[in-house]
Write a protein that binds this ligand. Structure first.
Ligand SMILES: C[S@@+](CC[C@H](N)C(=O)[O-])C[C@H]1O[C@@H](n2cnc3c(N)ncnc32)[C@H](O)[C@@H]1O
Length: 330
């Protein structure tokens, strides 16, 4: 399993600030909700803007002063998928823990939804998914310890169903994939395409599913996917969560968002991304943030030492971190 696969996007809590912005990009097409959306008739936009940073491409900046603890915005994923170890214990759509969820070792394999609403929202892609036999594709992913091809599979089902456009993730930064990785991705693309071809899906509906599409999507997912760890809500959750940490993968799944993917990394972040009960993300200020300040999350476990953080960030995300903590080799 690659370092990225193990360490993709942790949500952690921490202290200080850093960096200011240069130019500003005007960009408001992919919005989720502001903190006040649920209580007002007309939602107010979140107090942020997307702009260019000096060292890290695009970034997210405060458009006004933000107080510590403030919910900055929420975000719904473009695509999400449960991890193999959680697939029977969480909603197949929103990843909420099911009241009577079972562990992956228990048979038979059933996919469940937590509510009528999730079932309805999944209907389009799930109708496509159900047409195909996924045993070979899933076995391949399970044996190779791969989780991101499951996101590509779901995205492909969403595209075929007409729910999203095939270029929906194009706005995100892709990784610079090695030739070795590209050849593996080509095999996966062929497997995905063959799986669909063996179902009753029309070939015109598969026109988008080229090697190039698969590689471009996976290269974006690898840099931008978040591993979803739900907050502990009860004593029972605490017990099962402790067991999961010992036994297996603590994450219930993985997801890709648009706006949260534009947040850059800091080993001492000023904002936190978290998931309380399902895959809907909450971005919250960890401390007071001034207007114009860049908002940064932490992609990894910030408790690791300097060397370990640098290695993971370079191998997983392709950059050398020069946040204040790393500059001082803390
Ligand atoms: C999830 S994207 C963040 C948004 C990205 N800057 C963009 O323009 O789309 C992650 C990528 O941003 C860049 N990045 C994020 N944090 C960085 C940092 N602290 N230093 C340098 N580059 C960083 C790296 O290229 C990394 O692979």
């Amino acid at each position: 399993m690659s370092l990225l696969a193990r360490y993709s996007r942790w949500a952690v809590r921490s202290r200080k600030l850093h960096y200011s912005h240069l130019n500003t990009l005007s960009y408001w097409s992919f919005f989720s909700t502001s903190a006040t959306e649920s209580t007002q008739t007309r939602p107010s936009p979140p107090p942020i803007r997307v702009g260019l940073t000096q060292y890290a491409g695009r970034g997210v900046f405060a458009s006004r002063r933000i107080g510590a603890g403030e919910l900055i915005h929420t975000a719904k994923p473009v695509v999400s998928h449960p991890s193999f170890s959680s697939i029977q214990g969480v909603c197949y759509f929103c990843l909420r823990k099911l009241p009577n969820g079972v562990s992956s070792s228990e048979a038979p394999q059933t996919l469940s939804f937590c509510s009528k609403q999730c079932e309805e929202q999944s209907k389009k892609f799930f109708d496509v998914e159900k047409k195909a036999d996924w045993s070979t594709f899933n076995d391949y992913c399970r044996l190779q310890g791969l989780k991101y091809p499951l996101l590509v599979k779901r995205l492909a089902c969403q595209v075929i169903s007409g729910a999203v456009s095939s270029d929906v993730l194009d706005i995100l930064q892709p990784e610079n994939s090695s030739s070795d990785r590209i050849s593996k991705m080509k095999n996966e693309a062929a497997l995905l395409r063959t799986t669909f071809q063996h179902s009753n899906i029309e070939s015109e509906q598969l026109a988008f599913l080229t090697e190039e599409w698969y590689i471009g999507v996976l290269a974006r997912i690898r840099i931008n996917a978040f591993r979803i760890e739900l907050a502990i809500g009860s004593h029972q959750d605490l017990l099962s969560s402790a067991a999961a940490l010992v036994d297996a993968e603590a994450a219930v799944g993985n997801a890709v968002y648009v706006l949260p993917s534009l947040y850059n990394h800091d080993c001492d972040p000023n904002v936190n991304i978290s998931w309380i009960e399902n895959v809907d993300a909450k971005i919250t200020a960890l401390r007071d943030i001034e207007e114009g300040e860049e908002l940064r999350i932490c992609y990894i476990d910030a408790s690791m030492d300097y060397e370990a953080r640098q290695t993971i960030l370079y191998e997983g995300f392709g950059f050398h971190c020069n946040c204040l903590r790393c500059v001082s080799k803390d």
